[in-house]
Design a protein around this ligand. Sequence first.
Ligand SMILES: Nc1ncnc2c1ncn2[C@@H]1O[C@H](COP(=O)(O)OP(=O)(O)OP(=O)(O)O)[C@@H](O)[C@H]1O
Ligand SMILES: [Mg+2]
Length: 347
Amino acid sequence: MPFINERLEANRDAIAKNRADSGPVRVSRFRFEPEAVMTRLRANIVGQDDALAAMESMLVRVKADIGEENRPLAVHLFLGPTGVGKTETVRLIAEAIHGNRDSLCRIDMNTLAQEHYAAALTGAPPGYVGSKEGHSLFDLDKVQGSFGKPGIVLFDEIEKASKEVTRTLLNVLDTGRLVFPSGNREIDFRNTLIFMTSNAGALDAEAHHHRYQRGWRRWLGLSPGAGDRIRDTALRRHFDPEFLNRIDQILTFNNLTDNWLDALLDIELAGLNKRLARKHARLTLSPELRTDLCLGYDSRYGAREMLRAFRQRLEPAVARALLAHPDCTDFSADLRGSEVVVSQYVE
Ligand SMILES: Nc1ncnc2c1ncn2[C@@H]1O[C@H](COP(=O)(O)OP(=O)(O)OP(=O)(O)O)[C@@H](O)[C@H]1O
Ligand SMILES: [Mg+2]
């Protein structure tokens, strides 16, 4: 594929010509609408307003295409506890831009924790087995995207990466390029949105939050700002300043407290109903069952608890009802004792 930047050059001439034809002065090469992406994000992610607002600014900036040329389009680090929407946000962006939530190149840094695995990222150095082939974990199409759409890369659990891998990444963030040690190949990240996630500092911040909630500072109305300091200290413990310096924005995802349970339940139910629609069926939940599904939610495990309740308690009962009543389209789920019972819906 001729790389994006060559096509950009060609496009500049086209734009100049376009101006002569009195077309609009500026036409973005990107074929995605920040607003449409945000609608999808806001409908599916709860409790993370600040992070979503930052995503909106990022998308608008990318669409306007005014970033520096020799860098990735955007570099964000998502911090926060487990199961609060960090990976989901990136998947939803991929879905909104590329029409598929798997249209992203995800690198699990946990598997690269040992020094010698750095080769998996960049291919083996010259003289080593595999150096000629230049194998890499990166899926080129997903990294580089296309002329009208940015590629998306997600580095999960970035704090687990070895120093050597972090150094490789530093180069990518700096120059927008990853040159293989064999010297004969490079991957271009200049058309890429880079996301990194980490739980670093999440436990410390959580402990601080609890102390604050229980402590006298809250009653005096003193600000909980120390949470930011705790986060920064944790960040500095895990990452070099040069690395942090090259990140556009570091965003902290919030704990999903009980207040968000209702909204989470609605999102999961909407997802289930979308899948049921393919089988010409619809499901409603009784208020008692809703309350019961929310019981026992432990915010330390995040939204995955709700997913588990759906998968383990609700879905088997729904599946049984679908098979037992092949002609029925409307189902309702209720609680009988501690059992979930799904039956034909009657008004
Ligand atoms: N804020 C949220 N709003 C709606 N659903 C959410 C939210 N957070 C998580 N979920 C649901 O929980 C699932 C797990 O979330 P996700 O994969 O984003 O966790 P994460 O923050 O990346 O956690 P980890 O650090 O463990 O990887 C998602 O698939 C999504 O269905
Ligand atoms: Mg994740």
